[in-house]
Design a protein around this ligand. Structure first.
Ligand SMILES: [Zn+2]
Length: 375
């Protein structure tokens, strides 16, 4: 994709800032570049990157091109199914990755719930769209975009991110893909953006949706009716302001629960693998120490029962090729000595900054005992 011109960038930044007024969203400002302030600062904190994120004394600055890249990261029109929005820690990391030495100082304004879009609204709308669609599924009927829009009080054009939330939820829960019911009035097909596996026809998928007992699965966005989002729940878990068991009861769909759990671990572990430090967010997953299937509801959402791991190390951990002791020492159980050379491990877990997020030795013991039994 060609990079837009500077003017185009700043137009978009300005209009973004305009839309953000009153909302707690990140806003960037170049002090010596043009333009200066994008929006007035109110109650939210201002961090100079140098103070917040740099410990090596390098000047912290960011070029316009980097702002653009960051912009794409933050407010891209393409929602990312497994990282629905950015937490403050992710935001800081994204900026950190983009830092370059230049003339401009950059201010990052961020509220506690800095994120790319107002997902609170999206998740709540997805809850309503879900109710509407399963009613249609029960009646064996498709729905036009206009009908769905009317049902949830949104313009047709604004439906795509909501349908994508439903899409990714169905994919996670491994149910038929409910969003296939929403079709264009003219073509009678879902519009571009609905991703269907080429092996499956849309008609087959629709038949599966009609046949599925939707009344037996909980609305995956039910928590949003209580004013929560995956992100607010994750934050409450990390801050300890809501008990894991309460979050578990609120988020009934397992896939959604995993998303909340992962988001909480992202915060607790500051977005890096606990075994190797890899900090590529797309590669990081939430791993349970004592497995989900064997855990109490409480421990299923307990951050102390989790590790943030890169995908490789998650697989190795699940396959018992890597073992963690109650002293947080890491041992690899590989038969060959060369296997792990390509993904070196720390000797000891990289622990969360706060001790109340550290893995619970009781759960590590449960895991290791279980592993011995199963070996
Ligand atoms: Zn790793």
């Amino acid at each position: 994709m060609p990079l837009p011109s500077d003017d185009q960038i700043w137009d978009r930044v300005r209009s973004f800032a305009e839309r953000c007024k009153g909302a707690k969203l990140p806003v960037f400002s170049l002090r010596d570049g043009v333009p200066n302030f994008i929006t007035e600062t109110t109650d939210t904190k201002i961090y100079r990157l140098s103070e917040k994120n740099r410990s090596d004394g390098r000047p912290s600055a960011i070029s316009r091109r980097d702002v653009l890249l960051l912009w794409h990261h933050l407010v891209s029109e393409t929602p990312r199914p497994d990282v629905p929005y950015f937490t403050r820690a992710l935001l800081a990391r994204a900026l950190d990755d983009l830092l370059v030495v230049a003339d401009n100082d950059v201010l990052l304004r961020t509220g506690d719930d800095a994120r790319t879009e107002p997902p609170r609204e999206h998740e709540k709308l997805a809850a309503r769209a879900w109710d509407f669609l399963i009613k249609r599924a029960g009646a064996g009927q498709s729905a036009f975009y206009s009908e769905l829009g009317e049902a949830i009080d949104r313009f047709q054009r604004a439906l795509q991110p909501i349908l994508e939330l439903i899409e990714s939820s169905c994919a996670r829960e491994n149910t038929p893909r409910l969003a296939v019911l929403v079709v264009d009035k003219t073509t009678k097909r879902p519009r571009d953006g609905f991703m269907i596996d080429e092996r499956q026809s849309i008609d087959d998928e629709r038949a599966r949706v009609f046949a599925f007992p939707w009344d037996r699965v909980p609305n995956p966005f039910g928590y949003a009716r209580h004013g929560e989002t995956q992100q607010t729940l994750a934050e409450q878990l990390v801050r300890g302001t809501r008990q894991p068991i309460d979050v578990y009861r609120l988020v009934l769909a397992r896939g959604q629960a995993q998303v909340v759990f992962r988001a909480a671990l992202f915060e607790a572990y500051d977005c890096a693998c606990a075994f190797c430090g890899l900090a590529v967010q797309e590669c990081l997953e939430g791993a349970h120490i004592h497995p989900w299937s064997a855990s109490t509801p409480e421990d299923r959402m307990n951050p102390r029962n989790g590790l943030l791991l890169c995908a490789n190390h998650h697989r190795m951990f699940d396959a018992h090729r890597i073992v963690v002791g109650t002293d947080y020492k890491i041992t690899s159980q590989t038969s060959g000595t060369t296997e792990l050379r390509a993904s070196p491990l720390f000797e000891r877990l990289r622990l969360p900054a706060l001790s109340r997020h550290h893995p619970d030795p009781r759960l590590i013991t449960l895991r290791n005992e279980r592993m011995v039994r199963h070996d």
